[in-house]
Design a protein around this ligand. Structure first.
Ligand code: FAD
Length: 476
């Protein structure tokens, strides 16, 4: 049993996974596709400053091609990059009056190829770096990578205009050693504008939307006698369809009990520093033209920072520890988001250890920003799978309910292309495709399952952390 062009298809969630699926379904000839969301992502343009809380509604996300052993993701990221380029052009050429509000003002550039510099304190390159370089060589794209202590690479970087991004934090002169790889094909995307653009394309392709805190909020997915899904909404209404795709991000396990043990909702910690208007020197120094995305000791510290946004905000992400929040949901103990705006239980702060890590990357690598202090923090909720790979498949025993989730902290870059693979899976051809096989429903008896084995007893539970507050934001 698989979707047909005439099928009435519901998608729960208008984040990256839902919107990409909707766009590709509509463009593949499915003309009865409705996206439900409990947040008004259209009215707000996915703007996190307007109170939208989801993994996708963020100021920026990294575009990277370095995937170590996982060459399939590397290939998909390069395919996505072609569409990111096309989207930049299409958006620039669009008539202002045709665009959603959020895309009418400011920069029309979604994808910024500013480079991605992976820095490390170690004396040697780790296995991940070496494997990535080997895979890049295999694919004939090694020239896009520059090892900062390799004379030939340094020369190539100078000649191709990437020289100034090899050591933007002056680590060589400060510490005497600088180990890093600059990926000149990487950079970042403006996340909220990218989602708004994809939603705009989906709307033009005929996708319908119901985005509302009660009318758009699915509380249960029931089934008729013939197994067709019935969505029960928070306002008491119901919707009858042929198929439903649950792409609810961190809320997915709440709606699909079968996903317990396969997916876990966890939080990354985000801090930011707002540059003052009267510091043009800093605006220039940390602009995407001058500064790449940087990560620092991803294995041991798990910390990264972006060039500034057009509003002058520099974002720092911490992913070494991903926090859980176990609650009772319909009689089950599962981890669910706890956000600043959307959830009943609110949280605007981040754990102190995450804030300290953010301050550490700044003090060690961008000390000119310490006088400004941190200006805001937030938790951003991932949906991790047991092996960090996505989960896109029909739910076992429910042939009309599919799941499209498990972004595991790296799904955003695939916004333009993900739905192409999802459609193949929904059409029943997934098992014959590389990605359908990778993303199929799975189980694991491994003792170590990406941290999911820890559950509520583990050390990452949010309630067990010492939380930071504004008094911790200054560097003194
Ligand atoms: C801190 C952090 C940093 C990241 N950095 C990167 C990066 O640099 N590069 C990269 O490629 N990826 C990155 N990712 C991963 C990427 O952001 C995610 O994979 C992707 O955004 C997930 O999208 P989603 O659609 O699954 O979930 P979400 O974006 O969370 O969207 C889910 C949507 O479903 C809606 N919803 C949920 N439940 C219901 C319901 N019951 N009824 C109606 N609507 C519902 C929500 O309101 C929400 O809008 C990062 C993620 C995090 C958390």
């Amino acid at each position: 049993m698989t979707i047909q062009p005439a099928s009435k298809i519901f998608i729960v969630g208008s984040g990256v996974f839902g919107i990409s699926t909707a766009l590709w379904l509509a463009r593949s000839g499915y003309n009865d596709v409705t996206v439900f969301d409990m947040q008004d992502t259209k009215g707000s343009g996915y703007n996190p400053d307007a109170g939208i809380d989801s993994a996708s509604a963020d100021i920026n996300k990294i575009i990277r091609f370095s995937y170590g052993e996982e060459i399939e993701y590397q290939r998909l990221a390069f395919e996505a990059a072609k569409i990111w380029e096309e989207w930049n052009i299409e958006l620039q050429e669009s008539r202002t009056e045709d665009l959603p509000e959020v895309l009418r003002t400011g920069s029309r550039k979604l994808w910024w190829n500013c480079g991605y510099l992976r820095m490390s304190d170690g004396a040697e390159y780790d296995a991940f770096e070496l494997k990535t370089l080997e895979n890049m060589k295999k694919e004939g794209i090694r020239e896009s990578q520059f090892m900062v202590d390799n004379e030939i690479d340094i020369q190539r970087a100078e000649q191709s205009g990437w020289g100034q991004k090899l050591d933007p934090c002056n680590r060589k002169s400060k510490f005497g050693v600088h180990k890093a790889v600059l990926d000149s094909s990487g950079g970042f995307v403006v996340a909220y504008k990218s989602c708004a653009w994809a939603q705009h394309l989906a709307t033009k392709a005929g996708v319908k939307f119901l985005l509302h805190p009660s009318k758009g909020k699915v509380v249960h997915i029931q089934a008729t006698e013939d197994g067709k899904p019935v969505l029960e909404m928070a306002d008491g209404t119901t919707h009858h369809g042929d198929y439903v795709v649950v792409a609810g991000g961190g809320w997915t396990p709440s709606l699909v009990p079968e996903a317990d043990g396969l997916l876990e909702t966890t939080a990354g910690s985000v801090s930011s520093i707002r540059l003052p208007d009267d510091r043009p020197d800093l605006w220039e120094r940390f602009s995407p033209e001058k500064f790449p995305v940087v990560s620092w000791n991803m294995k041991t510290k798990g910390i990264y920072a972006f060039p500034i946004t057009e509003q002058g905000v520099l974002k720092i992400g911490y992913r070494k520890t991903k926090y859980t929040n176990y609650q009772d949901i319909d009689g089950r103990r599962i981890s669910v988001p706890k956000t600043a705006h959307v959830t009943d239980d609110k949280e605007a702060n981040i754990p102190l250890e995450a804030l300290e890590a953010a301050k550490d990357i700044i003090s060690s690598n961008m000390p000119e920003l310490t006088e400004l202090g941190i200006s805001s923090t937030k938790l951003c909720w991932y949906t991790d799978s047991i092996d960090n790979s996505f989960v896109v498949d029909f739910v076992p025993g429910k042939p009309r309910v599919a799941i499209c989730s498990g972004g595991s902290g790296h799904g955003f870059k695939f916004l333009p292309i993900l739905g192409r693979e999802v459609v193949k899976i929904l059409e029943g051809n997934g098992k014959q495709t590389v990605y359908g096989s990778m993303w199929q429903w799975r189980d694991s008896n491994n003792k170590i399952r990406n941290g999911l084995e820890e559950g509520e007893q583990g050390p990452r539970v949010l309630g067990k952390q010492r939380m930071a507050n504004e008094t911790n934001w200054s560097f003194t």
